[in-house]
Design a protein around this ligand. Structure first.
Ligand SMILES: Nc1ncnc2c1ncn2[C@@H]1O[C@H](COP(=O)(O)OP(=O)(O)O)[C@@H](O)[C@H]1O
Ligand SMILES: Cc1cn([C@H]2C[C@H](O)[C@@H](COP(=O)(O)O)O2)c(=O)[nH]c1=O
Ligand SMILES: [Zn+2]
Length: 193
């Protein structure tokens, strides 16, 4: 379990990554709630395109929630954070590449930046700015789901819907958490049929 560093003199970046249903949003909410309990000023953001559960809340698959501000670009975050100590960003894989510079500048300004996002897309390829964010972060936590096919540890998001678009919002209607073996079998089956 991630425990906050004591040193407050400098900012830093934390990345929470994994597949769909792995608990990224729950872990993000847990860390942000602890910062609120510590009387820190917290702001939370999500990309405006993600309106699956709620327009102005980050909501987990298990229905835990925290208020958030939807933003259209990474740079818009600067408009809201001059006073705050901790910045949380969910679904960070959907932001434009400027998100890397934004996170670095916020951390350099002494803020704690916690981002959560998919490390891989439905093809098992690195998603957006996630690999770069993982490289520049002080702390990286990879969380795991349970494979719906066999019960093993899952780190892939298998797409059920017949779409080749990189961005396709959805839940259990469109995606399954799968382990390496069950993901590979599914991809092979699709290729042959
Ligand atoms: N296959 C699965 N493996 C693990 N948790 C699952 C699965 N399907 C549904 N869940 C639920 O999803 C919750 C995690 O949701 P959430 O934090 O929103 O995940 P993420 O943000 O990574 O998609 C779990 O606590 C559990 O209740
Ligand atoms: C794999 C994959 C996912 N998406 C979408 C589906 C969901 O709307 C979000 C991920 O949400 P979660 O909080 O991590 O469960 O991303 C996508 O657009 N493209 C993909 O390849
Ligand atoms: Zn499996």
């Amino acid at each position: 379990m991630f425990v906050e560093p004591h040193h407050k003199a400098t900012g830093w970046i934390e990345v929470i990554c994994g597949s769909m249903f792995s608990g990224k949003t729950e872990e993000l909410i847990r860390r942000l709630n602890r910062a609120i309990i510590a009387k820190q000023k917290v702001e939370i953001f999500k990309p405006a395109l993600d309106v699956r559960y709620h327009e102005s809340q980050v909501v987990s698959h298990n229905a835990t929630a925290i208020r958030s501000t939807p933003v259209h670009t990474a740079e818009e975050i600067f408009l809201y954070v001059s006073e705050c100590d901790v910045i949380g960003i969910d679904e960070v894989q959907f932001f434009d590449s400027q998100i890397v510079e934004v996170c670095n500048r916020l951390a350099n300004a002494g803020k704690r930046v916690i981002v959560a996002g998919l490390d891989m897309d439905y093809l098992g390829r690195p998603f957006g700015a996630m690999p770069t964010l993982m490289a520049i972060a002080e702390f990286v936590t990879k969380v795991h789901a349970i494979c719906v096919k066999c019960g093993a540890v899952a780190h892939y998001s298998y797409r059920l819907a017949p779409s080749a678009e990189k961005v396709l919002l959805g839940e259990k209607d469109a995606y399954e958490a799968r382990c390496r073996r069950c993901f590979t079998e599914g991809m092979q089956f699709e290729k042959n049929h």
